[in-house]
Ligand binder design. Structure first.
Ligand code: PLP
Length: 386
């Protein structure tokens, strides 16, 4: 199976596996325990916090460990809602992950403004300036890169504007961590990441929290993280996550992303040439090097594409749901102005650092075959000649 669904979950990197096994051996104690075994585990966690803080550009004391990005998003938005009090408004980009949208609905019920995106899927920064004339929000939430399209967002610009306007800013950085440099995330009031998106284990992540003021915890029941996130820390998971991040950042620093982006671009060029009517989502916008979101031709729904490609040995994704008729089209594509029927033909391919050029080429060839077979089944016969 050729695995091309890294935006959903990226397989455990050898460096992370090694760090996990090493930590399981060396740090069996509970970091809160008073004995030396506990102290050693606490020291290892502290070291991990320093290493992450150095990469993000924040104080080590402003980081808490979470179970992943869903918890990070929920904690961030809960905090902002509690800190602001009743009546406060949140501005949330229209393309955020449900981990942000659903928690915003919960903690800012009925008090959410959606920040629009343009047709390429990029958040409209000008909207913030316009809207600021009318109101001052208690939170702005703009993700760093979209999980469905890979389109990079102007989070640094929004962060700086929020700092100047003294508006709390939350960045869901889940899809950029391990793919793009994470420096500068530490200057956001709140920023979330998740290990399993970049080759760390599942069930562990981090949240950068504000440097000043009281923090309104979501999870209570213990004194860990100075009461900001109760519960015994996942020491093995945290150490494996930091090892994975450092491994990925070494690839980024070595300039390897450009080569991967070139393979993705050649794949897109070949598929759009071979499959008439194919559209690349977010074309023209800066995108993550690993993601290709395609609106494919065919009367078939995208589920057929995904299922057929699965049968051909490729794990790709729809981004969201299909043609059973019961599921809504992707809110991300809808916000970009893509019609429901087109959104129903979206396929998301997301690579990892281990993905090779040959794998992109093999997928291209398999898509050509699926297209030809589907044309033959349609009775058009066109496919046979491809
Ligand atoms: N935010 C984004 C942008 C995501 O892509 C995801 C996962 O797909 C999440 C949040 C949730 O992450 P987790 O699986 O770590 O809870």
């Amino acid at each position: 199976m050729i695995y091309l669904d890294h935006n959903a979950s990226s397989p455990l990197l050898p460096a992370a596996r090694e760090a996990w096994l090493d930590a399981a051996e060396r740090f069996p104690g509970n970091p809160s325990s008073p004995h030396r075994s506990g102290a050693r585990a606490e020291y290892a966690l502290e070291d991990a916090r320093h290493r992450l803080a150095a990469r993000l550009g924040c104080r080590n004391t402003d980081l808490i460990w979470t179970s992943g990005a869903t918890e990070g998003c929920a904690t961030a938005i809960h905090h902002a809602g509690q800190a602001a009090g009743p009546g406060a408004v949140a501005w949330v980009s229209a393309i955020e992950h449900p981990a942000v949208h659903e928690n915003a609905r919960r903690f800012f019920a009925g008090r959410i403004e959606k920040i629009p995106v343009d047709a390429r899927g990029v958040v409209e920064v000008g909207w913030l300036r316009e809207q600021r004339r009318r109101e001052s929000p208690a939170l702005v939430a703009v993700m760093a890169a979209n999980n469905e399209t890979g389109v990079l967002q102007p989070w640094r610009e929004v962060r700086d504007w929020c700092i100047a306007e003294r508006i709390p800013f939350f960045c869901d950085a889940t899809q950029v961590c391990g793919r793009m440099p994470v420096d500068g995330l530490g200057a956001c009031d709140l920023a979330a990441g998740s290990a399993h998106k970049f080759g760390g284990p599942r069930g562990v992540g981090f949240l950068k929290v504000p440097a000043t003021g009281d923090f309104h915890a979501l999870v209570h029941g213990g004194k860990q993280a100075e009461g900001r996130r109760a519960g015994t820390e996942n020491v093995t998971g945290v150490l494996a996550m930091i090892a994975a991040l450092e491994w990925c950042e070494a690839r980024i620093a070595a300039g390897e992303a450009a080569g991967h982006a070139a393979w993705r671009d050649s794949f897109e060029a070949a598929v759009t040439a071979a499959l008439p009517g194919t559209r690349v989502v977010g074309a023209g916008a800066p995108r993550l090097w690993n993601t290709s979101s395609l609106l494919l031709p065919a009367a078939d729904c995208r589920q057929r594409w995904v299922v057929r490609l699965d049968k051909a040995g490729f794990a790709v994704s729809t981004g969201s749901a299909c043609a059973s008729g019961s599921e809504e089209p992707s809110h991300v594509l809808t916000a970009m102005g893509v019609s429901a029927s087109e959104a129903g033909r979206a396929v998301r391919v997301s690579a990892g650092w281990s993905t090779t050029e040959a794998e992109w080429t093999a997928l291209r060839d398999a898509m050509g075959k699926v297209w030809a077979a589907s044309r033959a089944t349609d009775g058009s016969g066109e496919g046979e000649s491809r």
